[in-house]
Design a protein around this ligand. Sequence first.
Ligand code: SF4
Ligand code: SF4
Ligand code: FES
Length: 238
Amino acid sequence: MIEKRRMKFSIYRYDPDRDAKPYMQDLEVELLPTDKMLLDALMRIKSGDDDSVSFRRSCREGVCGSDGMNINGKNGLACITNLLELEEPVVLKPLPGLPVIRDLIVDMTLFFKQYDSVKPYLINDTPPPERERLQTPEERDELNGLYECILCACCSTSCPSFWWNPDKFVGPAGLLQAYRFLADSRDLATSERLDNLEDPYRLFRCHSIMNCVDVCPKNLNPTRAIGKIKDLLVRRSV
Ligand code: SF4
Ligand code: SF4
Ligand code: FES
């Protein structure tokens, strides 16, 4: 016999075409033993209790970054959040600080605009070598902890500075990527990149509160990267 268990959820609901304002929907869901992660429970809800609950997801293994949401008050990825670790009722809300499109789906336009603004790609106009631009193992090591970001936005949407100024402050995810290219020995746009960040808002709105570090599902440290950018700015001014 398949053992079943019930779990309580309280889910933020808002369909701008139907609802005058958002509300919380309480649900008690019957789970199967194969339902291990929060995303499994959401899929169970969608295929049974209420097929109108809306959320993004794709890879279901912490790689695509699409199912970021606020889970019992903390941002995280539903697909790698173990149901056994969650207190009930499990309160699910959209990532804070971005406009809600529907239910748990937010409009990521400002987040990606800020990401794009740091030119998150290698800039090097010298003629390419025959095979590839080589790095020493030490130079390559400098990129560890920077390149693994999956752009889930859990960090930027937990950052008070980003909530208040999403149009002006690059935010932790974008700044981590800015440093990823500043730290790359093959990139030749250091000066241009620093000019782009030397601004009271774009970089200096970070007050090192470290909410971003606390929530990153890939255990990255945007605060440290932001500190290193500040160091580079100080060093070039002396
Ligand atoms: S450390 Fe900076 S970027 Fe991270 S949450 Fe705090 S203010 Fe935001
Ligand atoms: S730094 Fe971490 S929390 Fe922020 S977008 Fe990248 S993976 Fe997500
Ligand atoms: S579904 Fe891809 S990270 Fe969760």
